[in-house]
Each structure stands twice: as C-alpha cells, then as structure tokens.
Design a protein around this ligand. Structure first.
Ligand code: ASP
Length: 372
C-alpha cells in the first residue's frame, strides 16, 4: 500500500520523514552565504536563527525570491492596518511595473508573436472568494484586475479580450508592455528558432555556421507569488506572471488558476507556485499543499510532498532526464495560519524564498526533491 496518500495524520508524518531522508536534501545554507544576493534594506542578519518552522507572533508575508521588496511593502501596509489582500497585491505591483523583471507584468517576455500576455489570480481567505485574469494584454497590473474580478463580478476568471474590456471599463490604461530589452530577446529567440526558415541571427560576413553564433535567449520561466497574514489573522494570496516566454498565443499557465497558481483557506494557510505551469495545472498543487497542511503537514513538508506527487505523475519522455526524474523546475511556497513558512522545489541546491515578519525580512532556503 502506498502510504503517501492515506488521510491519516500520523501515517503521513511517518511517510514524510521517511521520504524526506530518502530523497530530499534540505540545504540549510547559512544566510551569510546568501548575503550577496540580498537586496539593500533586506535584513539578512535577522534570519540567522530561523529556518522554515518558526511560529510567528505577528503578521507574516512570504513571496518567491523575486519578491524581496514585495514582502517589505506588504508587511508595511499590513502594519498600518491593510487587509492581507490589498497588501499582497500592492506588493506584487512593484514587480509588475519593474521593467527589469522579465517574467512579470511590464517588461515580461512576450509570446511567440511578440505580444506580452499576462496571467494572475488572487484569493481572499476570509470570504473564500477568488478572481483571475488570463492571457490579458496591455495591462500593467493584472493582479489589480484579478482583484477587481473578485470584487466587482460574480465570476472568478476572465480571459483575453473580455478581460481587457473589463479592465478598460474600470479605467485601466492600455499600455505597450513590450520593453526594448524584451523585444530584443524575442527577436533573438525567433531568429534562432529553426535553421529551416528565413530568419538569420546577427553574424559576420565570413561566418560559415551561423547557428554556432546563436546565444541562448533569456530565461523562459518566472512569476511572483505572495501571500500574507494580516493583523486580523486573515490570509490572502496573489500570483502574477507573463508566463512561459514565447508561448503559443492564448496559452494559459497555472498562475491565474485557483488551486494551481494560488490557493488560500483562512483556517489553514496559503500556497502558491512558480515554474512549469503545465505540471502544476495537471496536479493542482497549491490546493493540495493547503489540504496537506490541513491534515498536519508543515508548510515545507506539504511543498515537498507535492513535488513528489508531480514527480510520480510525470511520465512522458521529453519531460524526464536520463534517470527518469522530471527535467523541469517547479517551486512551491506555503504559509500556515500559525505563521510557519516553507518552500520547496523539484530541483535545487541554493533556492530561497522571501519572508517578512516580526523577526525581520530575509531569504529562507528552499527544500528540494533532487539535487543538481
Ligand atoms: N508558472 C508560470 C507559467 O507556467 C511560469 C513561471 O512561473 O515560471 O506560466
């Protein structure tokens, strides 16, 4: 019998600890080792005694690693009385409007046609309500539109042109989200796509093999997730992304889908994800993480267990390495109602996620299923 899926808290804990020692490697990197990547204003020293399992006394905010400013902003708002949902959306807005983050909002890498299409969802713990937008174009802050879907419609998900019209109705400007940097990356990708078409990458007149000059385009994945507990003890979460770069136009990833990109239960906690959206969509991982926490997993155990589920469900050859392990990245972030935090990814050695709470702001190490 496979112990993994039994709904008994004690059996799950036992299976968790067995599996963890057998297949996972938790890198407990001293924060000093991460110091070089910590942004100004980030209090790395405050994190030294803390590793993923601290019961928090006050509000807590977590985010994927690219949200180091996000968690600070959200915590500041929560401390001044904001609801967790307002705070996490305002936090991720900083990344949505940042042209240098090529995985979210303005400056995000475009789809196959050179058009930036964005996905986002939000979930509000106290009301159990959610909103999302998918494949939305020309809107710098898809998370704000997702929040409006929650607040001003009786629906949960609006897509493409309908989502744009809804955003316009609420006064959002339509903007060109394709920065010059993202356009150039897209051109590089398009020119290097095939040696059977008429595009050529930059090359010298005497180059014999133009293909050898093709440099890999910038990263293909990236997203921000943020979730928080506010002063009232309420929990909310948001995930926002430009999705897989150079995707087929109309492709919707996991980020706008409730239960995949984000899930919140006010009595249990919140979870979110970044990485290969297709694998998450096929497993509804954020929902599963929250359910596992409900059954007694710690946030980190829940994230690791879901990584295992994804690995068990990955069967097609092009997604497996030569040892039969998933060859893609997928990361999870979780926050429990009592303020514990945790994160885990399929692959790692030095992954981390951002946290801000009464102990300061910091990066915490991610656990991982497979070591690179
Ligand atoms: N999960 C996102 C998607 O598949 C991309 C990412 O997080 O890297 O659209």
């Amino acid at each position: 019998m496979d112990l993994k899926y039994l709904n008994l808290r004690s059996v799950i804990s036992m299976a968790d600890s067995n599996r963890t020692s057998r297949r996972t490697f938790l890198k407990t990197t001293a924060m000093a080792g991460l110091g070089a990547s910590v942004l100004p204003g980030f209090d790395a020293a405050a994190s030294l005694p803390l590793l993923n399992s601290v019961k928090s006394a006050g509000p807590v905010v977590i985010s994927s690693r690219n949200g180091q400013q996000t968690v600070l902003k959200a915590l500041e708002l929560i401390r001044s009385g904001s609801d967790a949902l307002d705070a996490v959306v305002a936090g991720v807005n900083l990344v949505e409007e940042d042209p240098n983050d090529t995985s979210v909002g303005y400056g995000g890498l475009p789809n196959e046609d050179g058009v930036v299409q964005l996905d986002s969802c939000v979930m509000h713990g106290p009301t159990c309500r959610a909103g999302g937008v998918a494949a939305i174009e020309g809107i710098m802050y898809p998370s704000r539109v997702a929040k409006l879907v929650l607040e001003r419609t009786d629906h949960v998900l609006l897509v493409a042109e309908g989502a744009v019209r809804f955003a316009k109705m609420h006064g959002f400007p339509i903007e060109n989200l394709l920065t010059e940097r993202a356009r150039l990356e897209w051109v590089k990708w398009k020119e290097g796509l095939s040696n059977k078409d008429d595009y050529l990458p930059p090359h010298g007149p005497d180059d014999k093999n133009i293909g050898q000059n093709i440099e890999p385009p910038e990263m293909h994945y990236g997203t921000i997730h943020c979730s928080a507990i506010d002063l009232a003890g309420n929990i909310s979460g948001v995930t926002t992304t430009s999705g897989l770069s150079y995707k087929i136009p109309g492709r919707v990833g996991d980020s706008p889908i409730i239960g995949a990109g984000c899930y919140v239960d006010n009595l249990v906690g919140a979870a979110g994800s970044t990485g290969r959206g297709e694998a998450n969509l096929e497993n509804l991982c954020s929902f599963m993480i929250v359910e596992r926490m409900r059954m007694g997993d710690s946030p980190q155990q829940a994230c690791l267990n879901v990584c295992e589920r994804v690995a068990d469900h990955t069967k097609v050859a092009h997604l497996l390495d030569d040892q039969g392990r998933p060859n893609f990245g997928l990361n999870f972030y979780a926050l429990s109602v009592d303020g514990r935090v945790g994160g885990a990814g399929m692959w790692g050695s030095n992954g981390s996620f951002a946290v801000a709470d009464s102990n300061g702001s910091r990066l915490e190490p991610m656990a991982y299923l497979y070591k690179r």
